[in-house]
Design a protein around this ligand. Structure first.
Ligand SMILES: Nc1ncnc2c1ncn2[C@@H]1O[C@H](COP(=O)(O)OP(=O)(O)O)[C@@H](O)[C@H]1O
Ligand SMILES: [Mg+2]
Length: 421
């Protein structure tokens, strides 16, 4: 090492040498690169649309590194793969969305080791995936790959290839790209969080829409029809009073029946929307009333056992649990063709367990849950989210032909074990 510093010593004597010019040029280049980095940090943090952000990141990386091509791979936590999310240069589009295992190729090695890597001759590197190059339609010679780390966890990899000047990538380049990747990881995290919030908002809108549609249908099929019948009955009554007044009493009795029925339906609807008893008397009482109302109108045998369950929970949890039970019972009625449905609530050792079980046809829970993105309805998903609101653990066990068991377990009332004084 000491020998190679000779030219630098010449520099420090003040003698003008060609190396001195080269050094200034190198520093200028570095300052320019850092400026570009700072500039790109500013634009990245304001980009919240993930696809656009990723494209910008890679574009800036390739530009700042003066590279000819590049790719950005994001980690897919579900499959543990790296996905070529953006590709620039060559026949990039063909490579886009290609997946590799998270430890495959140079990108995989960088991802799993969390260490950057400069490769001067990619073609002789054992880790290099030749298939990728072919798909890319690009002859890679040298490249730098760096991990994008967020809070020390790798979220993906940025690779840039072939310096435009034909030079080799050096340690300065590596440091620069690392700093850039760290900034990018933060921006990606922001954009992902933002997308989650937007997706959640859209989902809420969809659910609200479903509830409104359901309510409109129920109002139309129920009370609306009955009120129409009442109006017709009134018209008929007017004639009866003129022609056969002695029959009026009979018609009035019928009218009263219809009106009572309509009132009953409206009350049921109101109860389904927001059972007042839930707020005044709590979950156990609301479940009792719910079951009673369901029995009046449903064909199956609905049993409730709230043995020993008396505790009041915070209002939000009670409402969440109540609607989980409603959804589970509705599902048993709508989908299961069950003969029996059992609801049970049990309070034991500081835990509340609520179960809804049916003896119906059962279903494949995993495949229903896996297919939610293609479905219009979100019942099971809503149950899960409501369980979270109540800090409860929800599990759905079902087997085709053997019925379904929805259970909900949550801690209640602070200390499970009574303290000795
Ligand atoms: N208790 C059950 N018995 C049989 N199948 C069920 C049951 N609960 C849910 N399923 C199945 O799961 C699907 C998803 O249920 P859900 O998310 O509540 O949506 P929806 O009830 O609107 O169809 C149902 O369409 C049905 O196929
Ligand atoms: Mg449902």
């Amino acid at each position: 090492m000491a020998k190679t510093t000779r030219t630098q010593r010449n520099d420090s004597t003040g003698k003008s040498t060609p190396n001195w010019h080269a050094r200034v040029a190198e520093l200028e280049e570095r300052v320019a690169a850092l400026q570009a980095l700072q500039e790109s940090a500013r634009t990245l943090t304001s980009e919240l649309v993930l696809d656009q952000l990723l494209a910008k990141i890679l574009q800036n990386a390739v530009q700042v590194m003066r590279a000819s091509a590049g790719s950005l791979l994001l980690h897919d936590g579900e499959t543990n793969e790296l996905v070529f999310s953006v590709v620039q240069g060559g026949g990039g589009e063909a490579l886009k969305n290609t997946r590799i295992r998270n430890n495959q190729g140079i990108a995989g090695a960088v991802f799993t080791s969390r260490q950057p890597s400069i490769v001067q001759d990619v073609q002789t590197d054992k880790r290099f995936l030749k298939g990728i190059d072919t798909k890319y339609g690009f002859q890679t010679t040298s490249m730098i790959a760096v991990p994008m780390l967020h809070k020390n966890e790798p979220v993906g990899v940025i690779e840039v290839m072939n310096k435009k000047t034909g030079d080799r990538f050096n340690d300065n380049d590596k440091e620069l790209l690392l700093a850039f990747a760290a900034q990018s990881a933060v921006a990606i995290q922001n954009a992902q969080l933002y997308q989650q919030v937007v997706a959640e908002r859209d989902r809420i809108i969809v659910v609200e829409e479903q509830v409104r549609r359901g309510l409109a249908r129920d109002l139309h099929d129920g009370p609306s029809q009955l009120i129409s019948a009442i109006i017709m009955e009134f018209r008929f009554l007017k004639e009866v009073i003129n022609r056969k007044p002695e029959k009026a009493q009979e018609e009035l009795v019928h009218l009263e029946e219809l009106a009572t029925h309509a009132l009953h339906q409206v009350r049921n609807l109101v109860f389904d929307l927001r059972p007042l008893i839930l707020e005044t008397q709590g979950l156990a009482a609301a479940l009792e009333l719910y079951v009673q109302k369901q029995r009046e109108s449903e064909g199956f045998n609905l049993q409730l056992d709230t043995d020993g369950f008396t505790a009041r929970l915070v209002a939000q949890s009670e409402a969440a649990i109540f609607s989980i039970v409603q959804e589970a019972v509705n599902n048993a009625r709508k989908h299961a063709e069950a003969k029996n449905v059992w609801i049970a609530a049990q309070q034991k050792n500081g835990f509340l367990t609520i179960t809804v079980q049916d003896d119906g046809r059962g279903f494949d829970v995993a495949s229903v849950e896996g297919g939610y993105s293609n479905r219009g309805s979100l019942g099971l998903l809503n149950m899960k989210e409501r369980a979270e609101i109540a800090s409860a653990k929800l599990s759905i066990a079902s087997q085709v032909g053997k019925g379904t068991l929805v259970s909900l377990v949550m801690p209640i009332g602070g200390d499970p074990a009574p303290k000795t004084k």
